[in-house]
Design a protein around this ligand. Structure first.
Ligand code: NAI
Ligand code: ISE
Length: 333
């Protein structure tokens, strides 16, 4: 069976997902696209796909069996609620939504529907290296995880479009989600420190150091730098009671020349996580074909949103800001 999907938002990641759904993966066909910029939607539409004027029209079109949301974060809530109202499985790029209240509204709609429909685009959970790292932690041979260091460096971000809140409410959500998943723990508090500012981002608050306090007592320290220039560098190292487990350096051709011996560094998230995004969609296609979702859920999107909110409070207060979650609905167990 071929899953017929509609894509909302045909910007950078929307185009990359269209490429993987049309040229890389099987069992799926992009049959519809839309964007507030209709010219961009027309240009990105693969052969045979219909361009819709609005997300609502795309979501409710009979030939669209499942939806992929790649629009900006503030647009996600309305589009998610519309997909749930239509009873259609939906893959939504991170962040799920941009406020805790909005996350609760999506959760309420999904729990009332009675079946998981929403999958959030936390692709690190599908990355083979992160999965191996988790298997070591879960295996217990190194004892309990005590500390985790999560390094998240972007070569650059679009000037003017990427604002000072975004390291904390757009970028940090990946580190928050992977920390909860790797350590099997919940985040209960957030601290933020702002070191000397990089001049490369002009007035942008960059870099930031974030400390995530976990319910077990473990502490996660996150470095976020978004204008580091040399490449997209993602690292992770877990300190356990009797040993350390870390992500490997990415395999890359070793170049030897007059500048020394070196390996290329990925340019951005598209390159670094290419296989993770492929695997994320492989698993989504199977689940959506069965009318549901897998992996990161609305609950996980809610948790990451609470952490972003707490981080924004913490950067102003310079205090430890607490994260308080509602009781987990049974749907997400
Ligand atoms: P972008 O700005 O390149 O593209 C967003 C597109 O959505 C634009 O074409 C815009 O016109 C369209 N759009 C915005 N609001 C809309 C609406 N209400 N209805 C229809 N179309 C609308 O942004 P980019 O980088 O592609 O990011 C899109 C989403 O993907 C964001 O939520 C972002 O956080 C997420 N993202 C996730 C990544 C990951 O690693 N998982 C990497 C990059 C982005
Ligand atoms: C972007 O939206 C992503 O999700 C990338 O994975 C992240 O590294 C980047 O900082 C975000 O802006």
């Amino acid at each position: 069976m071929t899953l017929q999907v509609g894509i909302i938002g045909t910007g950078m990641i929307g185009q990359d997902h269209i490429r993987r759904l049309t040229q890389v993966l099987s069992g799926v066909q992009v049959v519809a696209v839309t964007d507030i910029n209709l010219e961009r939607a027309q240009a990105a539409a693969p052969a045979g796909a219909k361009v819709y004027d609005t997300p609502h029209a795309l979501i409710h079109a009979d030939h669209v069996q499942a939806v992929v949301i790649c629009s900006w974060g503030p647009a996600h809530e309305e589009q998610l609620l519309d997909c749930i109202a239509a009873g259609k499985p939906v893959f939504c790029e991170k962040p799920l939504v941009t406020s805790a209240e909005a996350a609760l509204r999506v959760m309420e709609a999904e729990t009332a529907f009675g079946r998981r429909l929403v999958q959030v685009g936390f692709m690190r959970r599908f990355d083979a290296d992160y999965r191996r790292l988790k298997a070591v932690i879960d295996g217990g041979t190194l004892g309990a995880p005590l500390m985790y260091k999560s390094t998240h460096r972007n070569a650059s971000v679009p000037e003017g479009l990427y604002t000072s809140d975004m390291p904390l409410n757009d970028t940090l959500v990946h580190d928050a989600d992977i920390s909860r998943w790797l350590l099997g723990d919940e985040i209960t508090g957030v601290e933020v420190r702002v070191p000397r500012r990089s001049t490369r981002g002009n007035e942008l608050r960059d870099p930031v150091m974030v400390m995530l306090h976990m319910s077990s007592g473990a502490i996660v320290d996150v470095e976020i730098s978004v204008n580091i220039s040399y490449g997209y560098d993602i690292r992770g190292e877990v300190s356990c009671e009797t040993g350390i487990a870390a992500l490997p350096n990415r395999p890359a051709t070793v170049i030897t020349d007059q500048f020394g011996i070196r390996q290329a560094i990925p340019e951005d998230w598209r390159e670094r996580f290419i296989e993770a995004y492929d695997q994320e969609f492989r698993e989504w296609i199977v689940a959506a074909g069965q009318g549901t979702a897998t992996g990161p859920s609305t609950w996980d999107g809610y948790a990451a949103t609470l952490v972003a909110d707490a981080a924004l409070r913490a950067v102003d207060s310079q205090n430890l800001e607490t994260v308080e979650m509602i009781d987990k609905p049974g749907l997400y167990n």
